[in-house]
Every structure is written in C-alpha cells, then in structure tokens.
Design a protein around this ligand. Structure first.
Ligand SMILES: Nc1ncnc2c1ncn2[C@@H]1O[C@H](COP(=O)(O)OP(=O)(O)OP(=O)(O)O)[C@@H](O)[C@H]1O
Length: 264
C-alpha cells in the first residue's frame, strides 16, 4: 500500500520542550492507523501538526505525495483531510441535517452571491448537497433525526453527527481525536462498527485514542509516542507485547515486576 500521509522528522518545540521530536509516520492508503501514548506524550500536538492548526518547528508533511507542511487547515481540507475534535463542536441550534451541510462548504462551487439571490445554479447545488447529507446521515444511523435539533441528540449520536459532518467534505483521510471519549461500552462498539465501514468509502483513518480495547480492535497499525518520540510502531499484537510500550504505560518498576511474575 502506498503512503497517503507521510510525516518526516516532524518536530514541535514549545520554548524548551520538544512536544513532538523528529517523528516519522506513514499512513497507508486504505488503513486505520492509531496514535497512542501516555498522558503528555505529544499525541494532540502531533495531531494538530497534521491538521495544520500548528506549524512544525521542523520536518515535512506530505499528503498524497504533495508537500502540505506550510498549508493552513482549510487548504488541507480541500486536499482531502478532515478532522473531528476531542470536544464536540457543532451548531446546537441548527438541525442535524444543516450541521452536516456546514461540512460541505469547501467543496461547493456556486459563488456566495448566487446563494443570496437563490439562482438556479445555487438551488441545484443545494439540492445535491441535501441528498449527499441525507446519505451520510443514513450511513451514521441518524437519518430519522435529520430534522431534529442537534443539541438534543444523545452524546454518542453527537459524536456520529460530527463524523458525518467531517465526511461531508469528502476526505480521503479522516483524523479522529479521541472518538470514543465519554462513550459507554455499547456506543463504543457501535462506533467501531461504523468506522470499520469507512474503508469501503475509500476513507483512511488516523486516530488518537486512550481506549486501548477500541484501538486494538480497530487499527491495522499503531504508532506509540512517549515524551514526544516514537518508541514503537506495528500491528496491535506487536504493540501489545512490546516491552518499551508496556514500560511507557506502566513505568519501568511495574513492568519489571510483571515480567518477573511471568517468569521472563
Ligand atoms: N501550546 C503549548 N505550549 C507549551 N507546551 C505545550 C503546548 N501544548 C502542549 N504542550 C506540552 O507538550 C507536551 C505534549 O502535550 P500533548 O497535549 O501533545 O500530549 P498528549 O499525548 O496529547 O497528552 P494527553 O493524552 O494528556 O492529551 C506536554 O508536556 C504539554 O504540556
């Protein structure tokens, strides 16, 4: 599989602190790639570098072979990158359908004034956009709530609405920042089922997540950060058994005791 996203030597320094330190990561087209690590490891900073909220101190980022290191977030969205946030961001007073449609603005072509005058070009585009938004709501299981107020959705539903809105820009790579945060086990399982179907839509995933069961179930490949550095990378099984990863999570003392208890 070819690399859809490639980070090379990605570094972010906040005054004296190297929050992300010379990290190389390749996200293969068609894959689900997880970023994990203990608190303060640099995951959020790494994510913000990918989406363009932060500009790296050094290193490069390419999307589909094109250098996007200096591009702002909206330009990356146009090139096929979309993201959701750790804290749900939506327009609570708008309908569920309208919220999805706000995710389409980067790909609508009719000029703004045609919307004001409601010219035929705009109306045709609006019609198509509505149909697309409905299809996305069906995909995330919210079609029956399309006309309801977004703010009245249950928490797990709001998370799915966020995903539908991010998909509305037709991304090739979707970045999910702690998608399972705050969800109960049933909602988390449903979310995993939904995300696994994204491959059929040619959407690859890069996610930061604390819920290990969810990460291990969903991801093809996992990168582990600790103190800003990449300490491990591989499939779920390799990562689960990697001594450096166990130590990073549990601390060396606990890891040693565990190894002894297992007769290693
Ligand atoms: N804007 C900033 N200015 C200064 N230091 C920062 C800034 N953002 C993050 N940091 C520091 O960079 C390090 C990495 O933080 P980051 O939030 O990326 O980690 P994380 O792995 O996402 O942590 P968590 O799992 O707790 O969310 C931390 O030491 C943090 O305090």
């Amino acid at each position: 599989m070819s690399a859809l996203l490639s980070a090379r030597g990605l570094t972010m320094q906040f005054r004296g602190l190297l929050a992300v330190n010379a990290v190389d990561v390749e996200v293969a087209a068609g894959s689900v790639h997880g970023i994990i690590g203990p608190n303060g490891a640099g995951k959020t900073t790494f994510f913000n570098l990918i989406s363009g909220l932060l500009r790296p101190t050094s290193g490069t980022l390419t999307l589909d072979g094109r250098d996007v290191t200096a591009l702002p977030p909206y330009a990356r969205t146009r090139m096929g990158l979309a993201r959701t946030f750790q804290n749900i961001r939506m327009f609570a007073d708008m309908s569920v359908l309208e919220n999805v449609m706000t995710g389409m603005h980067t790909r609508l072509k009719a000029p703004g004034w045609s919307a004001v005058l409601r010219l035929p070009g705009f109306r045709a585009e609006e019609h198509a956009a509505k149909a697309d938004a409905m299809e996305l709501l069906e995909f995330v299981g919210l079609a029956d709530k399309a006309n309801g107020r977004s703010g009245s959705l249950a928490y797990g539903e709001q998370r799915r609405l966020e995903i539908a809105r991010a998909l509305a820009s037709r991304p090739r790579l979707l970045l999910l920042d702690e998608p399972a945060a705050g969800m109960n086990p049933a909602e988390t399982r449903e979310l995993a089922v939904l995300l696994k179907q994204l491959g059929q839509r040619d959407v690859s995933l890069l996610l930061v997540e604390h819920d290990m069961g969810f990460v291990m179930d969903l991801c093809d490949r996992i990168t582990v950060l600790n103190f800003g550095r990449k300490i491990a990378e591989g499939g779920p099984r390799e990562i689960r058994n990697d001594p450096a990863v166990i130590e990073a999570y549990l601390g060396s003392k606990v890891a040693e005791r565990l190894a002894k208890a297992h007769g290693a």
